[in-house]
Structure formats: C-alpha cells, structure tokens
Design a protein around this ligand. Sequence first.
Ligand code: ZN
Length: 652
Amino acid sequence: MKASHHRGMARTSLLVLGLAVLLAAIGLTLSLRKTPSPATPRTESGAGAPRPEHIVVVTIDTLRADRVGAYGYRSGRTPVLDGLARGGVRFERAYAPTPITLPSHASLLTGLYPPGHGSRHNGMRVEAGVSTLAELLKAAGFVTGAFVAAFPLDRRFGLDQGFDTYSDTMPRGPDGRLRNERAGRAVVDEAMAWLGQQGTRRVFLWVHLFEPHAPYEGDDHAAVGARAQPVAERYDAEVARADVEVGRLIEALGPRRPSTTVVVASDHGEAFGEHGEAGHSVFVYDTTLRVPLVLSGAGVSRAGHVVAGEVSLLDVLPTVTDLLGLPTPDVDGRSFSAALRGEPVPRRELYAESFAPLLDFGWSALRSIRRDGVKYVAAPKPELYDLSADPAEVRNIVTVRSDQARDLQARADAYSSPELPASSAQQQTTPEAQRRLQALGYVGAGRVASQAGSRPDPKDLRELAARIAQVTSGELSGDALRAALESIVRDDPANGQAHLRLGFVLVEAGQCPSAERHFRAAMTTGIPSADPSIGLAGCLFARGDLAEAAEASRVLDGADAIEPGNPVVKANQGVVAMAQGRNDSAIASLESAVAGAPDFLEARFNLARAYARAGRRDDAVREARELLSRLPPASPQRAEVERLLGVLTRAS
Ligand SMILES: [Zn+2]
C-alpha cells in the first residue's frame, strides 16, 4: 500500500507514551507485499464471434498510452496489454474528455461529456437520471459487477447505477482510518470470485486498477520518493503490476474468453513536467488527455489492427451496445464498431474540459476543442495548436489564426460555460469524503470565489500548481518537502492543506512552536478535516502543563465536531483526559476509539492503562492481551505491552 503518503495526514501525534514508533512499524509490515511473478506474453485469438456474450471493461488509472509497449514504448513492461493489442484492435488516438478520475469514468460509463452527466470533478456526484452502461446491460439481461480500487469511485458518487454488485470497500489502515485505495491484486481477486459465481449468465464486468496513480512505488514496493528508483522506472513498475492483474483477470474468464469483448482503457494520462505540469487534473493537454484504448475478443475481427482516427472514451458505450445489437442510446459518443472490422473512423469534433483549476483553486476552468487537426484551449489567454505539425502542443498559433480561434471558442461555449451553475459548484460532499479526496491530491475545499471573469489563467500559475501536485503526490520528503510547502503557503496563503502538511513536517523536525502557527492557519481556512486540530492539540499537550492540556482538550472537542466519531480524535481525547485525571472520560473516549478501529493499537494500549488506573484490573489485562494478539510477532512494542501485563498480573 502507499502508506508512506497517506499516513502523513492521520497521525496520532499525541500518543507518544512509549509506543511512538508503533504506527511506523505496522505501516512497514503492511507495505511488504509479495512481488507477483511476471506474466507470460501471449497473443489473443483474433477470431471474434459475431456477437459478444459478455463484456469486460478494465480501466487502469493514470496510464499514459506512450508508456505501453504496444504504443511503441521500448521499455514497456506491459506484456498482457501488448498481447491484447496484437490479437485485437488498438486505438492510436484515444482521448479522455477530462483528466480527472470520477468524471472521466462517468463519461466512459454513460457515453456523455461531463456537462451531460453532471460530474465535473472528483466528489461531484453523477446525476441519477442518466443511463449508465450497467443499467442498459442489466436491462438486457446481463448480470453486472464492478470492482474499483480507489475512493474517487466510491458508490456515493453515483457510478454504482445499474451494478448488481459494486465493490468499493477500501481496507483500514493501522490508524483506524479507511484507506483511499487498494491493491489491484485484491480488486482482481474479488472480481475473479464474482465471475466464478455467475455460472452461465451473461456478464458485464468493470474492473478498475489504481496502481499507476502517484505516489509511484518502485520494484521493491517500499521505497517511494527521491530515495528510490528514478520516477520513470517506478511509474513503469506500477504499470507492470497493473498489467499482471489484467492478465490474471483475462485468465479467469476461462471458457467465456472467446465470447467476451474485453475493453482496456485508462481514464487519463499523467504529466512528468510537460507544460510545467506534474500529475494530472489541471491542464487539458494531450499529456493527460491521451489514453490507451484496446479492444479484443468477440466482435473484434481484425487482429492487430491499429486505428489512426480520433476516438473518445465516450464512444465505448455506444460501441458496446452496437456490438450487442442493442438500440443506440442518445449519447455524445459514437460507435466505432466499424473500426473493429478495419474500417476508418470518420473525422469529428471532440470536447474536453477541466474544472479542477476552478474548484480546487478558484482559477479559470479550461475547455478544449479538437477539430480539423487543431486543438483550441479556451482560457483567459486562449491557445491554438496545429496537432499535425506540433503534437506536443508547444507553439501557440492563436494570434495567426484568429478567425479559426473565434469559431472554436464558440464551439467550446456550446458545450459548457466556463463557470458552473451555483447548484452544482456548491454540491455538498461530506467532510470525510473531501478529506479522503484531498489525501489523493485533489484539493477541493470549495475555493470558488465569486470573481467570475477575472479568474487567473492556470498556465500563469502552473509553477505553483506543479509544486502543489508534487507535494500531494507523495514524491517529496525531508528538506525538499519542507521547502516546497513553505513556498506554497507563501504564494497561496489560503491553502489549508499546505499549512496542515507543513505543520506535521515541523512537528517531525521537533519544531512545535512553528508548527502551531500552521495548524491554526489550516483551521482558519476551514478545511474539512480534524487533522489540524489533532496536530495543534499534540503540540499544546507536549508542553506538559495543565493549562495547555485544557486548551488541547478544547481543540480536540472542536475536531470531534468536524469529524464525529473519528477514532484518532477519540484516542487523543482519551489521552488528554487521562493526563487531566478525568479517568472515566478517558475510558469512554478510548473505548470509542477502539470500537471504531479495532486495530488502533496505541488506543488499545492507553485503554489498558486507563483501566489499570481505574482499578479495573480484569479489563486492563484483557485489553493488554488483546493488544499482544494483534501485534506482529517481531514488533519491538511487544516488550512494553508484556511489561504492562506483568505489572497487572503480579499485582493480582
Ligand atoms: Zn484517475
């Protein structure tokens, strides 16, 4: 798991009573995943049946087309995808309608541009009234199952529409919090088990893999960031792991394979410095819009064919209904089923957008039109690129082709306004959802000021955006991380996430007085997280006097109101109450923490101590034994727990 990144937001800085290294130790244990054995490259049969019986869609999050062997990448570690392309049809120019996970998947599964399905950013729900591929296929008699690997696709955001089974449960970390992602292996294991239960029923299966998303784990899994392999190699290692999982899934189709159409795509690409961008979501260059798209199996009769024409993820839905002989729904996408038989794709216009600049930073949204070999970006300072001469989109020719630019601006406006209707921009997500999206690098936090018309152009702030993306990617550590955060809070003082992270970096460096200032700044920005309060309370409590403990207690009560029932807050309230001599209150808080997160071992240790202090020796012994049973055998903390247990049992 990518624990090293996410753990930073949920630390238990107050709980320093002898078990301070416990969380780190457990995190390390969990991150030691077994490296799967490499898959054998194989070529799929090109003899497609006329009409598919089953449909399988696999999305590999954040996978750039040009990092796949079949797309010409010489260092590619994608034997399974390459085999699917050799036996099927590969689309050389496939594009996402937005470089953001939830809205892009929503477009793939509805055939609609984001304005049509209403999800313009992660956290913005897909409208209930739209028809999804799962709904169409369920109505046609398919059994439908989805298995997703990351929180942005949680069912609460509406993509579960039409799925009989929608598996989106993420594992809990050692701090008791739900993680925001899970390993592809777990996702595919579940999908395989589900497939095994379906007998002879017709199956529509969607599997989502999150491996290539930052932070990128190298081949040894544990090391992330500058200390490890170069970033390109680590990204490729993640891609390789996803490829292995696709191979296991295809294998599990067994006798269904010849009658199954398999669609493999990504939801968006990833920037590694192109256009000054890091990550994805802000800009609409092809760095993040171009995606791999491969179809193979039933209905795909031209093995090894490469389609040069431009297609969109929106086209998957009408293509699938077409292949199945179902009526074509009224969607933005177009069927490319003729291309699967070797026919060319007609030229057309493609729209794309990103509202992340607006919703994350209050900057201008970006919209783009791709037509007649050019691409126009509607922005405060518009851009026009001749894609045939300048596929990297580096020479802006908007001033020399102003008539064409004017036409394309009108086209962009026809798809969407640069502002969002107030109702959708203010769509409520819960604080918990916002916090989890932010931990994945989506800043959110409703910074849409009412300054429409005078919004900054994201490309003028690309350097700041890249610094923020670098920090949220988990790629920086130590002094580099601290310097980046200090520069972000200087240039963007309202960035609560940056203040929060800087606070914890300073705590780690033993500089609580400086950290307190940033925790307080984060709290005033109103970010929907208990973490700034937890950090501040930790610093106050560490001073060791009763007045500060009282303030820490008040701060934690505020945190409890922001994230009610959060086990980390409860545990910290318990520790502070114990120090204040309020033992009943301490026990109640710690019991609540342990009930909410049974593997929250520091909370359990303190609960045992609180019981002991209250004279409840049997309860204390029970908790200590429970804790021992949950500690890994080699854990250095066992000695401390055994010592406590020894004191308790000797006394009785
Ligand atoms: Zn994504």
